[in-house]
Design a protein around this ligand. Sequence first.
Ligand code: NAD
Length: 412
Amino acid sequence: MPQAFDTVTEFFEHACRRLAVSMEICEIVRTPDREMRVEVPVRMDNGQLKVFIGYRVQHNGARGPYKGGIRYHQEADVDEVRTLSALMTWKTALVGVPFGGAKGGVQCDPTTMSKTELQRLTRGFTRAISHIIGVNRDIPAPDVGTNAQTMAWMMAAYAEEHGYNPGVVTGKPVELGGSLGREEATGFGVALMVGLASKDLSISLAGSTVAIQGFGNVGSYTAKYLHEHGCHIVGIADVKGGVYNAKGLEIPALLVYALQHSGSVAGFPGGEPLTNDELLALPCDWLIPAALGSVLRADNAAKVHARCVVEAANHPLEPDADLVLAAKGIPVLPDLLVNAGGVTVSYFEWVQNVQRFSWDLERVNNELTNYMQRAYRAVTNRARAERISHREAAYLVAVERVVSAVQLQGLP
Ligand code: NAD
């Protein structure tokens, strides 16, 4: 399998060729501005010392402070973090928020760690990267394996050295300066994208069928909103297993069940068991990967029976899966666009922190809807005008904006 960063770079280079971007600019933008690897020694609850490896990669900061989540996962390595940092550069540009792209990760399995161990790890990691983050430098947020609590610890650890500055992280608890609507923003945006695409693809949203991989922050809120829009969520699978109901799962009951079962849908009594492989092959209108990257490759993409694939996760499709789906006539809504709701409300949170002024939920969701609709139209208009895929169109729009910012600042 090619390194994930190489595949994202291919999308970028393809856009550069179409836009006739100079080799010099292409070279400046292609690779990250800065990559930091840190060791984080943590005293575990049993008294033993364990050394964790963490990364912060800042890909491009031409359009504003670097921005991107922190992932806690046993497979978080520098290639993955680098890939996700590049995706953030394109995502912030596409959705039109004034940030660059970054990502962080710590190689650990948070599901096996106690709350106190996670707090010590987070504080240690924050101290290790604190000189390269900041409200006008680089602003972390939650991602896989991290949440609002993690951000609260990061904010507190940063404050110990640099003083109170809540805008240094987003996705914080509301009590500490987090924004209303941030927790649900990515799922809200995914559901919004499905709603807009349903009109373009002439699929009636109410009554359409949905399969979702992942029931964490993104998957669960996506399921909640699509269920509220009248969709039938027929299958959901997570790392522990899945559940299927041809008539549609009872999502409010499933949300309660998952809360009581360590976040997992496995064993939910309102449906039959389902594997992840089966989920990806379910006949449905919308297949929504909302877990990890590279889950659809050429082999299993051939088995997809959805009418549209909606990339709620980051980089869930390998490029050969793209080709297979295109040959089958299945459109793909790309990650850059689909899951941009999270970073958009992160931007609103940062704005509120900088201005020391809070917005109500209605304002957050109205602004989010405006930003996401604009980005959707930019992508679909470009795709239509140039007869290219939505992914190619998303990269064209994003790369154009970043390249323009780099050019305007002048070359050395
Ligand atoms: P999360 O940690 O809250 O949830 C991850 C989900 O994926 C869980 O349900 C987990 O069981 C499932 N999962 C993990 N490994 C799996 C496997 N091997 N097979 C099947 N399921 C598996 O993470 P999240 O915040 O919901 O993020 C999900 C995806 O969305 C990631 O790709 C992330 O980068 C992307 N994303 C998240 C946000 C956000 O605001 N949280 C924003 C943009 C993109």
